[in-house]
Every structure is written in C-alpha cells, then in structure tokens.
Design a binder for this molecule. Structure first.
Ligand SMILES: Nc1nc2c(ncn2[C@@H]2O[C@H](COP(=O)(O)OP(=O)(O)OP(=O)(O)O)[C@@H](O)[C@H]2O)c(=O)[nH]1
Ligand SMILES: [Zn+2]
Length: 418
C-alpha cells in the first residue's frame, strides 16, 4: 500500500529524520491525500514537505525509515474537547486530584496572548501535582496544531516514565478533527502515543444555543463538530437546568451523534473508568453498536436542521478488498456519492466491522475525515453470519443513499436489515 505524502505535509520519524519524497509501506490503508503526521522530533528548518505522485512499487517493500521500534508501551492520549466554558478544565482538575492508578500528564492549550507564551504542564499522580514549563510558539493549538501539538508531546515524551496517560485540553473553539488525525497515527510508524478517544464536554445550559447557532458562512459550527466527533459526551452543569431542558438537549445531541455514550455530570464528577482507556480507535464496540440500532427509531426528531447526523447500516454478506478500496474512495476521498437532494455526504467519522472475502478475521474500519484504516482484528465466531456494520457520522448523510451504496459493495448475499 502506498502513501503519497501530501504537498505541505511534514513527516518525520522518531529520530528526527524528515521524510522527503519517501514512500512508506504501512498497514493503514491510505492513499493519495493522506494528511499523516508522525510524532517525532521536528526540525524547524525542514518544515517544507513537497511531494508529487510517487510511482507504485511492490507492497512488500521495506520502509527504510521505520526501524528501531521502542519497546516501551505506547501512551494513550485523550483529547478533551468542548465549547468555551463547558467545563474542560474542571474535568482535568477533577481527574488530576482523584485517586487512580494512572500518572496523567496534562497539556493545556488555551489561547494565549502574543505568539510566544509559556504554558504550564502538570504531571499529576494521586492528587500530587508536579509542574513543568513548556514553551509553545503559538497558544492556539487549533491553528497550528501540528507544530505545537507535536512539540508539546515531544517535550513531554522526554519525561517518559513520569506518566502513563496524556490528556490534551483543546481550546473551546477547536474542531477536534485535525487534532484527532494528528494523534491517530499508525503503530508501524513508531508513534510513542496513540489516540484513545475524544471526550466532548457540554454545558447543559448553553449547549442548545451553541449547537443551533448559525455561522455567517453557512458552515457547520464548532459546537456541532465537537459533538459529532466525540467518542464520549459529558453533559455537564446539570445543576443549571431543569429536567425538561436536559431532555431536550440530550435529544439534540443524540440527533447529531447517536454513537457516543452520554454522561450527565455536575462539576464533571464522573467515574474515571468511563473516561479513560476507551480504545475508540482500535476497537469496535459491537455491544455499543447494538445499542445504537435499538435506539435508532427514536432519532430524527426535528430539533435542528440535521445537517450533521449519525447513520448506522448493517448489510449481510462480504465485501471484496477492491470493494473496500471503493468505499474509501467514494465516501472519503472523492466524495462522489450524491443524495437525492443533490448533496455530497461529508464523513467526519466512520467505524465499521466488516467481512472481507478471503479474510478469516473480522476487519475493523476506522476513519476520521479522509484518514482511513482497515485492519483485521479477530476471528469471526464460527457460526455467525458474515455481515458489514457501519456507524457513520457526518454532513448530508442520506441513509437510503448510503445503504444503497454499501449494498452495492457486497459480493455475496445482500440481505439488508431494516
Ligand atoms: N454551575 C456549575 N458550574 C460549573 C460546573 N462545572 C464547571 N463549572 C464552572 O464553569 C466555569 C467554566 O469551567 P471550565 O472548567 O473553566 O471550562 P472550560 O471548558 O475549561 O473553559 P475554557 O477553557 O475557557 O473553554 C467555571 O467557573 C467552573 O467553575 C457545573 O457542573 N455547574
Ligand atoms: Zn479550560
């Protein structure tokens, strides 16, 4: 599988070597526009990365830069997202002062004044706080996340051993999508960290306003994006609303993202087992999928214009490897599917568990925007019928159109469940 590095992309390995015009062979099924960034030691003088089409070569080529894998376990990163004032810092502080068996490092990324600002970094363990100082060039993580996020993690990794979990608080106006792509990197690319999941904190009192607010440019607003990309939703400040408003907001959020569990909190007090080690990017939660299917008929209430929503589809049968390629091509990269109203679906997040012809294992699909991965996980249970399950969150998702497309990829029996 070829990865051609997009023009302007930076790619370096953990020894600080920049890959210029290199082709990587890797497990992630990515093609062409693959905005991958590999955590490593960036060299500021070498930030430009200009690569054209790289000729196809055999798949079994070695990847020359990807050697010397560290033996230390990789460190999970949880991204904390949520609108301004929702309670992200409250949640961080809560986590840092709770008794748990994790040594958590926190990266705060708030808007700073000026371009060079010192940011504090706390490494907390069992209520004990250490403070380290970490310089970030630009306080705004969202705008230059690749530089600052990588630098922050890189600096942090020098203190490896002092922590075993990383929490990253994004700014309230950040779209977690690009940040997720940054941390969701391939095992084979030797990252020392992996993305565990995205937690979005919501203010029960203001979520409705934030979610329904129209942007002057007509784009989907940040609050909606944050909800859509969440693997876990925390509906905080429930003390400020009555039951009816809580219900309303819950439904509003469900209409966008029916995949992520919702936890109601005050002052973000929540059982930490529910927050950490979600493995949202390397496991497919079949139980969770069934729960969504059960609840699906409650969806679709006319609370908002439903531009962003969740679609779940299960089709019976198996897809070929080529069919999988087509899936990524059509849904994620070309965006060539057209809904009856003439729009093109835009996928924010996709998860799937599919049966591939000739593959004895279940294949898990994970995608964030155009980054995509297909990986065999475990054996199909002997007597279970082969099927392909998908959870898709995004804009302009017409369920009929998507179902029809997915069915067209199935080569064997194609019985569609209602
Ligand atoms: N009433 C009430 N206030 C809360 C609750 N949780 C947090 N707050 C308050 O809400 C305010 C904002 O909380 P933060 O944790 O700073 O929110 P944040 O999301 O980190 O904010 P930004 O980083 O500025 O986007 C603080 O004054 C908190 O004390 C809650 O459950 N109920
Ligand atoms: Zn904060």
């Amino acid at each position: 599988m070829n990865v051609v590095i997009k023009k302007g992309c930076k790619l370096w390995n953990r020894r600080g070597e920049i890959a210029l015009g290199q082709r990587f062979v890797r497990g992630k099924k990515s093609k062409r526009h693959c905005p991958i960034t590999v955590l490593g030691m960036p060299d500021d003088d070498n930030i430009a990365m200009v690569v054209g089409e790289v000729p196809e070569q055999d798949d079994d080529d070695e990847a020359p830069l990807l050697v010397d894998a560290p033996e230390l376990p990789r460190v999970p990163v949880t991204i904390l997202s949520g609108y301004l004032g929702a309670g992200k810092t409250t949640l961080l502080n809560y986590i840092l002062t709770q008794q748990h068996n994790k040594k958590v490092a926190v990266i705060l990324n708030e808007f700073g004044e000026g371009s060079s600002i010192e940011k504090s970094l706390n490494v907390g363990h069992a209520g004990e706080l250490y403070e380290e100082w970490l310089e970030l060039r630009n306080g705004c993580l969202c705008c230059s996340v690749k530089d600052n996020g990588v630098k922050a993690i890189e600096n942090l990794m020098k203190k490896r051993g002092k922590f075993d979990y990383i929490l990253l608080e994004t700014t309230g106006l950040a779209d977690p999508g690009p940040i997720a792509s940054l941390f969701w990197v391939d095992k084979q690319l030797e990252s020392e960290v992996y993305l565990d999941g995205i937690i979005t904190v919501l203010d029960s009192k203001y979520a409705q306003k934030n979610i329904t607010e129209k942007r002057p440019d007509g784009q989907v607003n940040e609050a909606v994006r944050q909800v859509a990309l969440a693997d876990l939703l925390i509906l905080n400040k429930t003390d400020l609303v009555d039951e009816a408003q809580l219900q309303f907001t819950t439904q509003l959020v469900r209409d966008i993202n029916s995949s992520a569990p919702i936890i109601n909190t005050q002052r973000c007090r929540v059982d930490l087992d529910k927050l950490l080690d979600l493995h949202a990017y390397d496991q497919f939660d079949s139980q969770g999928y069934e729960t969504i299917l059960e609840g699906r008929f409650e969806q679709g209430s006319p609370h908002l214009d439903q531009r962003v929503r969740t679609v779940t589809v299960e089709v019976w049968g198996s897809v070929t490897q080529k069919g999988l390629d087509t899936l990524a091509e059509v849904l994620l990269w070309e965006r060539s599917l057209v809904t009856p109203s003439g729009e093109h679906p835009l996928i924010y997040r996709m998860k799937g568990l599919v049966s591939v012809v000739g593959e004895e294992r279940r294949v898990m699909l994970q995608a964030v925007k155009e980054l995509y991965e297909a990986e065999p996980v475990d054996a199909w249970p002997p007597s279970s019928p082969r099927s392909c399950k998908f959870i898709i969150i995004g804009e302009n998702l017409d369920e009929g159109t998507i179902r029809q497309f997915l069915c067209s990829l199935i080569t064997e029996t194609s019985i569609t469940l209602p």
